[in-house]
Every structure is written in structure tokens, then in C-alpha cells.
Design a protein around this ligand. Structure first.
Ligand code: APR
Length: 240
């Protein structure tokens, strides 16, 4: 079954983005290079167990990623989505799995980070979050409660609950169009959004370099580099 909604019927859009959107800015995706993420297995750096086992490795790894994202720039895909955000009069929510800040640096406002943010540190002693551009390896004190050694990257690791799920499902409930961009569809719950959307009659579109794991769930798929397919789609939808 295909959800046949014309562009002119579309008012509310939910966009899910993944690592593919930032790839052309120079940030490695997760599932390239044989499942290694910057030469580390995901389980060695992106789980609470890994942090408990080897906090030095995990903090160093995230310090390096935090430094890296501050050296790169938003690309044409981030800019196109920011332009859509500025110009789209209907409802819009960009749900990103990315922990970089490239969407907001391009100017996107109607955005939420379901997997956390590199530029935040979270104090597990007082539960406050702080904008954090430096390193955490030296175990700095929390600026709010003063307790040392309790700040961790504000990243949702495997086995932890993604952020703001209620808001995401509420937006999916209102949506007329769900667009998935640059994500492999390997990690739930985000990978399940397309099925949730379809069950509610929402039109679904995938923009990706190659078919994702759930590509058969989409009404339409367009394959190519994000810096090409995303601006082309945004142009099309804004022209109606
Ligand atoms: N343009 C468009 N798509 C691209 C590009 C590009 N230039 N380069 C890569 N891709 C696609 C890949 O084909 C792949 O389908 O982007 C997708 C990236 O997939 P993943 O590396 O699995 O990244 P993502 O889907 O965001 O991962 C989801 O997994 O490790 C966790 O929490 C982490 O948020 C992350 C989640």
C-alpha cells in the first residue's frame, strides 16, 4: 500500500536525520569501515558498560570527537534543511540522531537531538547539563554542584533511553510526511519511525546514499549524496 498524498496536501513534516547528513562535512558515519567507528568497536566506547570498565578510553574518545566536530562546517544538506525550517509555514520537526551541532549551526531551529549532544556535559551527581567545548578526560568539577569527576558526555549510549520520545511520537501523529535522511535504519527506536508513520497513513520518503535496512517501508526512495538529494527535495517541496 502506498500513502498517496500530494505535496499540496502536506502541512506537517517530520524529518529524521542520521550520520549520512554530516558525512560530507567530514564526520565519519558509524557503520562504515567494517563496523568500526574511528577504529573502535561501538561496544568499546558507546555503552554504559564500556564507560564503567574503561572511563579513560571513553572520555578520550569523546574528547576527540568533540574537538573534531568543532573543526568541521555544515554542508549543503544542513543548509537546505535550515532553509526549509525558515520558510515552511506548516509544522516541522527535525529529529536528529546526530550528536554534532551542524543542523543548528546552519540555522535550523525546529530541531531535537534524540541521541544527545557532543557539546553538552551531563553531571551524574546533580543531573545538570552544561555546554561543554573542552575536554572531560581530566575529570573537571561540575560548574553547578562542584562535584569533581561526575561529568560525562551527554550522549545516549546503547542500552540507554533516547531523549524526548513523547515529543517525537506526538509530531509523528500529526505528520503528513515523514522523511528519513542519511540513516542506515539499524538502530531502534529511530529505525521504527517509518513503520509507525506508515501505520498512521503518513507518506514516507527516504533520502540516502543507498537503500537503508528498512527501505522497503518507504513509499518513495531517492538515492544519492545528501548534499545533492536534500537541496533538490527541499527546493521541490518549497515550490509546492
Ligand atoms: N549522503 C547520504 N547518505 C549517506 C552519505 C552521504 N554522503 N554517506 C553515508 N550515507 C548513509 C549510509 O549509506 C548509511 O545508510 O548514511 C547512513 C549512515 O548510517 P550509520 O552509520 O548507521 O548512521 P546512523 O543511521 O545515523 O546511526 C544511528 O547508531 O551508533 C548509533 O547513536 C548512533 O545515532 C547513531 C545511530
Amino acid at each position: 500500500m502506498t500513502n498517496e498524498r500530494k505535496v499540496t496536501d502536506i502541512k506537517n513534516i517530520v524529518i529524521l536525520t542520521g550520520a549520512g547528513v554530516s558525512a560530507e562535512s567530514g564526520i565519519d558515519t558509524f557503520r562504515s569501515a567494517g563496523g568500526l567507528w574511528e577504529k573502535h568497536r561501538v561496544e568499546d566506547v558507546a555503552t554504559p558498560e564500556a564507560f564503567a570498565r574503561d572511563p579513560d578510553l571513553v572520555l578520550r574518545f569523546y574528547d576527540m570527537r568533540r574537538e573534531r566536530i568543532q573543526e568541521v562546517l555544515p554542508n549543503a544538506a544542513h543548509h537546505a534543511l535550515a532553509c526549509l525550517d525558515a520558510e515552511w509555514k506548516g509544522g516541522l520537526l527535525i529529529v536528529t540522531q546526530n550528536v554534532d551541532d551542524l543542523h543548528e549551526r546552519a540555522g535550523a531551529r525546529r530541531l531535537l537531538h534524540m541521541h544527545g549532544e557532543h557539546l553538552n556535559a551531563w553531571c551524574t551527581a546533580c543531573d545538570q547539563r552544561h555546554v561543554w567545548r573542552g575536554t572531560l578526560f581530566e575529570r573537571p568539577s561540575c560548574p553547578a554542584c562542584g562535584v569533581p569527576g561526575q561529568l560525562r558526555p551527554d550522549i545516549v549510549w546503547f542500552g540507554e533511553m533516547p531523549y524526548r520520545m513523547e515529543e517525537i511520537y506526538a509530531a509523528l501523529n500529526r505528520a503528513d510526511l515523514f522523511v528519513s535522511i542519511g540513516t542506515s535504519g539499524a538502530v531502534y527506536p529511530a529505525a521504527g519511525f517509518v513503520r509507525d508513520a506508515r501505520e498512521q497513513g503518513v507518506r514516507t520518503l527516504e533520502l540516502n546514499l543507498e537503500p537503508s535496512q528498512g527501505s522497503h517501508w518507504f513509499d518513495e526512495s531517492r538515492y544519492g549524496a545528501a548534499t545533492e538529494v536534500v537541496p533538490a527535495w527541499v527546493d521541490e517541496i518549497l515550490r509546492g
